[in-house]
Design a protein around this ligand. Structure first.
Ligand code: ADP
Ligand code: MG
Length: 232
């Protein structure tokens, strides 16, 4: 049995991102103060709070509708570069998902691939330029295997920005001085995929996953998650 995800799952994902961004806003701003203008945490906090409010006010009927609505909110509420970029990511991913009431992880990965390509086109950046794409691109590849692989790939991608010299965005104005700092946008992208893994694990404990998918390690029951957190 292939697991599928409905609009409510996507709404839970975005709400979990909003919580993570709120919790990590100071760290994101601190990273942005080293190689930017110290507003990344505030930008995303404002944007994802607006996303949560909009989705609560007007609950989406489809996964694609949830992401498209979220993207529109980010574009209209976040002034920095990250608003249009993340807004484009979600809006284009939502459009690529179409009107299906339920989607598979594979469909989500495919659609996110379209969204990430749109981010690259809008910002003119590629992997290695020390931007959010350094986390987003490997994460989408990982998502073809599992939610956990996507999360790990995004976190590794964000860490891998430290030695890079920024070639796009505000950090590129620093040239060599951008080396040695983790990119704020790649760091927030890792939060997106950590949140996705988290809600997918929650889904497993809601009894909507075939036991064999748990056995194959594609999703872990909640106990595993809290054990891991306890150990951290
Ligand atoms: P601003 O740079 O306008 O202050 P934010 O601080 O909110 O906006 O976001 C900065 C992040 O946006 C960077 O860390 C980087 O990951 C991402 N970013 C900036 N420019 C680009 C670009 N051209 N392509 C992809 N990502 C970019
Ligand atoms: Mg900034």
């Amino acid at each position: 049995m292939t697991q599928t995800f409905d609009a409510a799952f996507l709404v839970r994902w975005l709400a979990t991102v909003a919580e993570a961004v709120d919790r990590e806003a100071d760290r994101l701003t601190e990273l942005d103060s080293a190689i930017g203008d110290a507003d990344h945490g505030a930008n995303l906090r404002r944007g994802f709070a607006a996303v949560t409010a909009a989705l609560a006010e007007d609950p989406p009927a489809t996964p694609g509708g949830a992401l498209a609505a979220a993207g529109r909110q980010l574009i209209s509420t976040v002034g920095g570069a990250s608003g249009p970029l993340y807004g484009t990511l979600l809006r284009r991913t939502g459009k690529a998902l179409g009107d299906d009431p339920r989607v598979t992880r594979e469909q989500l990965a495919e659609a996110l691939g379209t969204g990430v390509a749109a981010v690259s086109q809008l910002g003119g950046a590629q992997v290695g330029d020390k931007t959010m794409l350094d986390a987003l691109t490997p994460a989408v590849d990982g998502l073809r295997d599992s939610f956990g692989a996507a999360r790990t790939a995004a976190e590794e991608g964000a860490l891998a920005t430290v030695p890079l010299r920024a070639r796009k965005g505000r950090a590129s104005y620093l040239g060599e001085r951008s080396v040695g700092h983790q990119d704020p946008g790649a760091t927030s992208s890792a939060l997106l995929f950590a949140a996705l893994d988290e809600v997918a694990r929650g889904e497993a404990s809601r009894g909507q996953v075939a036991p064999d998918e748990v056995a194959r390690g594609e999703v872990a029951p909640d106990e595993t998650q809290s054990d891991a957190e306890g150990a951290a």
